[in-house]
Design a protein around this ligand. Structure first.
Ligand code: PGA
Length: 252
């Protein structure tokens, strides 16, 4: 099974409102020549979602939420549901990002519920996993990554190949310290093997993105690795040209 590459831009708490619309337009323009075997996604803040989705109508760049709450509606002040994201024009949602886990106390169980809610609603989850520097130095990388993965992999297996996993070593996010291609490939291969133990079709069909200080100048060596199917890009996704260069670095 051939997997298309997926390059997703996580705008985090940046580019809301008119700035987001402008950035989305620039991304659509800059990525026009990206090869057809690459899918493109941007994840603006909630307040910009509908306007960005409108700006990207008829364009190949799709829209993601950065989070959701597992309930569809009700007394959950401050939260956004999967159906609301769909209504705003999203087809994707980033879940369990390390900033959510570290700053907002998201547990494996909550990330499971979020992945389940996304799958149920027909929103494609990009579920994030990754170890901290302390965990890597204690040789606990795979233990941590497998624990996070096992929390939701059965949900992904309900529709093999639909959900996406992002491996983002926490020590590489926003630090400029990118994992070497060897370090990344090693973990990606281990994740795929873990999926294979559950269901070989799931393992073959699931895109596993790398995230953590991906830039135009390191994207090609990462994307050339056999088990790296794309990138979840933070800082560099706020520059349309830089984001397009990353997308163009995917092997054809
Ligand atoms: P970064 O962020 O590219 O700025 O390191 C990646 C992410 O948090 O998804």
């Amino acid at each position: 099974m051939t997997r298309k590459y997926l390059i997703a831009g996580n705008w985090k708490l940046n580019a809301g409102g008119p700035n987001g619309v402008e950035l989305a337009g620039a991304v659509a323009q800059a990525t026009r020549e990206v090869a057809p075997n690459v899918e493109l996604v941007v994840a603006p803040p909630f307040t910009a979602l509908a306007a960005v989705a409108h700006e990207l109508e008829e364009k190949r760049v799709e829209v993601a939420g950065q989070n959701l709450y597992p309930k569809d509606s009700g007394a959950f002040t401050g939260e956004i549901s999967a159906p609301m994201l769909l209504e705003a024009g999203c087809r994707w949602v980033i879940l369990g990002h390390s900033e959510r886990r570290q700053l907002f106390g998201e547990t494996d169980a909550l990330v499971h519920d979020k992945v389940a809610a996304a799958m149920r609603a027909g929103l494609c989850p990009i579920a994030c996993i990754g170890e901290t520097l302390e965990e890597r130095e204690a040789n606990r990388t795979l233990e941590v990554v497998f624990r996070q993965l096992d929390a939701f992999s059965a949900e992904l297996n309900k529709r093999p190949g639909y959900g996406v996993i992002a491996y983002e070593p926490v020590w590489a996010i926003g630090t400029g310290k990118v994992a070497t291609p060897e370090q990344a490939q090693e973990v990606h291969a281990a994740i795929r093997k873990r999926l294979n133990d559950l269901n070989p079709t799931l393992a073959q069909g699931t895109r596993i993105l790398y995230g953590g200080s991906v830039k135009a100048d390191n994207a090609s060596v990462l994307l050339a690795c056999p088990d790296i199917d794309g990138a979840l890009v933070g800082g560099a996704s706020l520059d349309a040209e830089g984001f397009a260069k990353i997308a163009k670095a995917a092997p054809r």
